[in-house]
Design a protein around this ligand. Structure first.
Ligand code: GDP
Ligand code: IMO
Ligand code: MG
Length: 424
């Protein structure tokens, strides 16, 4: 039988690659857009017609056509933040009614999960992860410990269930000596959020997803964070608490691996990271600052400065392998438009002096070995076709494709939806 496919779009670096923008660009080709992991730690930015939107929990497929969007079972949802996000969208004329499905199996981020996030970070002293503070780790911890609250729980005896879970969290907080917090106001809004959620279609979304596929229609799965933040394959322990990789789309939506079609791996033409943890190509000099300024590299969720560095092809080749990437998408190439020389990390020098092109277990002590490439020194932000690309840029693209063994299908040359070159 000819079933539809799930194409997966996911980050190959440490997040913020530009996933939201490209999901929006690709939306017209799909019937359904679905988030499969993460939560409001994500900040996905889109720009079109002079408007800018930042989405956290709602998929980026809500702006083009009347597509159905799904918050899958692998997502963790904060009702209060979701309500604020949905109301904001409604105000700007983008109603989600009748086209947003929420999985009953998605876990709820409680106010006390956020307090726990802060308490655990505080207890770590110098080895803080630098989380977004959204309660992501504690919520996934409860899920895996089999003590979580799910969206499906709001439909019956919810106050009792909530009180029992909250009491458990309070006990843990006391054991951490973290008692100086007040969630009274937040809790009120959170409970309003619970009621607000009920107007959306709360379902076993795995059935819906598979029905769509059986009818021969295609789904785009929107990843959050990036491969280097994956709880199994990222720079552990400086990672998030979910599987951000392609396999996460199977568990986070309830689809078989044979239903996966294209795997779109998205990367910046350079690299950024927010929060703590190793970052081999990080630049601490003027070049790093220039990239941050030109790329407006400040977090969409927390406003934190993003750490900036050169593209790391050792790391990217690993991400391509782990995800089975079939097509690459390169973002923010315009940020490098003015550079005379561009560097790309092609190997690591290990602490013992040996070199490797395979991502090692510990990347905190490696030194990047760079290849230098000539810059293109051309403003590409107004280009509409790949034939306009200067030769030096074409050479850079060909070099990346060759090193990563994967074609670059889309090149982004600015934040706007229109600043996107789809290659033939
Ligand atoms: P996401 O989390 O992967 O969706 O990415 P973010 O939205 O957190 O960060 C990407 C940032 O880069 C946003 O501010 C986008 O508006 C912006 N952006 C996306 N593509 C481009 C591009 O090609 N050029 C430039 N200059 N900015 C871009
Ligand atoms: P999008 O989807 C960049 C980082 C945090 C921290 C670590 C763990 O916009 O690409 P968490 O709150 O998840 O427990 O934090 O992960 N982080 C992100 N960095 N983009 C994101 O999402 C991120 N989501 C989490 O900064 O280092
Ligand atoms: Mg982001």
């Amino acid at each position: 039988m000819n079933t539809g496919k799930v194409d997966v779009l996911l980050g190959l670096q440490w997040g913020d690659e530009g996933k939201g923008k490209v999901v929006d660009v690709l939306t017209p080709h799909y019937e359904v857009i679905a988030r499969f992991q993460g939560g409001p730690n994500a900040g996905h930015t889109l720009e079109f017609e002079g408007q800018k939107y930042v989405l956290r929990s709602i998929p980026s497929g809500i702006f083009q056509g009347d597509k159905v969007n799904i918050i899958g079972n692998g997502v963790v949802l904060a009702p209060d933040l979701f309500m604020a996000e949905a109301k904001e969208l409604e105000k700007s004329g983008h109603s989600l009614k009748n086209r947003l499905l929420i999985s009953k199996k998605a876990h709820l981020i409680m106010p006390t999960h956020r307090v726990l996030d802060a308490a655990i970070e505080a207890s770590k002293g110098k080895s803080k992860v630098g989380t977004t503070g959204k309660g992501i780790g504690p919520t996934y911890t409860d899920k895996v410990s089999r003590t979580g609250l799910r969206v499906g729980d709001i439909l019956e005896d919810f106050p009792q269930k909530y009180a029992a879970h909250k009491a458990q969290h309070e006990k843990t907080l006391r054991s951490l000596n973290y008692t100086d917090y007040d969630i009274t106001e937040v809790e009120k809004t959170w409970m309003e959020g619970i009621e607000y959620l009920k107007q959306f279609t709360i379902v076993d979304s795995e059935h819906e997803v598979n029905r769509v596929l059986t009818s021969g229609k295609n789904i785009l799965a929107e990843g959050a964070q990036g491969t280097m933040l994956d709880v199994d394959f990222g720079s552990y322990p400086f990672v998030t608490s979910s599987n951000t990789i392609c396999a996460g789309a199977c568990t986070g939506l309830g689809i078989g691996p044979n239903k996966i079609g294209e795997v779109f791996g998205i990367m910046k033409a350079y690299c950024t990271r927010v929060g703590a943890g190793p970052f081999p190509t990080e630049l601490f000099d003027e070049t790093g600052k220039t990239i941050r300024d030109l790329g407006h590299e400040y977090g969409a969720v927390t406003g934190r400065e993003r750490r900036c560095g050169w593209i790391d092809l050792v790391q990217l080749r690993y991400s391509v392998m782990i995800n089975g990437v079939t097509k690459l998408i390169m973002m923010k190439s315009d940020v490098l438009d003015g550079f005379s020389t561009i560097k790309a990390c092609v190997a690591y020098e290990m602490p013992d002096g040996s070199t490797t092109t395979e991502l090692p277990y510990d990347i905190s002590q490696v030194k990047p070995i760079y290849k230098e490439l000539p810059g293109w020194k051309t403003d590409m932000t107004g280009f509409t076709d790949e034939s306009q690309f200067p030769q030096a840029f074409k050479d850079y693209v060909a070099f990346l494709e060759d090193f990563l063994g994967t074609p670059i299908a889309i090149i982004s040359i600015g934040p706007d939806r229109a600043q996107t070159i789809i290659r033939q």
